[in-house]
Design a protein around this ligand. Structure first.
Ligand SMILES: [Zn+2]
Length: 280
């Protein structure tokens, strides 16, 4: 038995570089959904090549109903819809053997990284975990680690993959594009990217017995710098949140799942006061 969880975002998909492509309602968005579905299928196929017996795909971008269900590999189940209380890790639990993060992007504030952000491009300028800037991949990997489950693969641009490799020991990465700027990249052809992701997923699932869960020691201190003081006021409504600066909130706990939920609560609470234009 090998149960595989795939969390797939859109900013790190080959062929995608500009905000317009990942934004529902633009004329570019339908093509981006096709590209995302193509990489989801590559990861699903690779997982089964590597010995998966079940695969669950969690649509982890924006409003989280981007993948085209009719075009998804019929062997996979799809978690779709919003709002997802556990966001990019909705549906995750101890029954999975390995997680794969596809189409991921670099942390908010990374230079020359396609559509860099951390959970909310509109609200959050930086998230820190125990004082260090954190990526979505890292935060989600720590969450997976609380169940003893390793993350084995990250795909995305060169910056996203470098950040994952730096913080997640033993992670495999598949670089599908090189970021030139926040909305500019040199990308592999989607077909070539899918082949690389399929290979990477297959190798990762085959080697699942050698992977170890990412479990940094508690306590966990999560801080976020948010867009404005009004948004920070609203983030402060989440119980246990400390206001440590005009635009900075902080939460400390021994239990990372609490920290993860608090960060998500900040994004839901604060977003109503964040600017509407800037990101994902
Ligand atoms: Zn996204």
């Amino acid at each position: 038995m090998a149960n595989v969880f795939i969390s797939i975002d859109m900013e790190g998909i080959a062929g995608i570089a500009h905000l317009r492509q990942v934004w529902r309602g633009t004329d570019d968005f339908p093509a981006a959904r096709e590209l995302m579905t193509g990489e989801a299928n590559a990861a699903v196929a690779g997982a089964f090549d590597g010995g998966a017996t079940s695969v669950v795909v969690n649509d982890s971008h924006g409003d989280m109903y981007n993948l085209l269900p009719e075009k998804l590999d019929p062997r996979a189940d799809l978690i779709i819809g919003s709002p997802k209380t556990l966001s990019m890790m909705q549906g995750f639990g101890p029954d999975f053997d390995v997680a794969l993060f596809i189409g991921y992007h670099a942390a908010a504030g990374t230079q020359a990284a396609v559509l860099d952000h951390t959970y909310s491009g509109r609200l959050i300028y930086e998230v820190r975990l125990n004082g260090e800037p954190a990526t979505e991949a890292e935060l989600n990997a720590v969450f997976a680690g609380t169940y003893g489950v390793p993350v084995g693969l990250v795909s995305g641009d060169d910056k996203a993959c470098a950040q994952a490799a730096k913080r997640l020991p033993g992670i495999r990465t598949v670089v599908v594009k090189e970021g030139y700027g926040r909305n500019v990249a040199k990308s592999m052809h989607p077909q070539a990217a899918r082949e690389a992701i399929r290979r990477g997923a297959s190798e990762t699932v085959s080697a699942r017995g050698e992977l170890t869960a990412y479990r940094p020691d508690p306590p966990f201190v999560v801080e976020a710098d948010v867009a404005n003081t009004s948004a920070a006021d609203l983030c402060g409504l989440a119980p246990g949140t400390e206001r440590v600066g005009p635009r900075t909130v902080r939460f400390e706990t021994q239990d990372f799942r609490e920290a993860f939920r608090c960060l998500l609560a900040w994004t839901y609470l604060g977003s109503s006061e964040a600017p509407r234009y800037a990101g994902t």
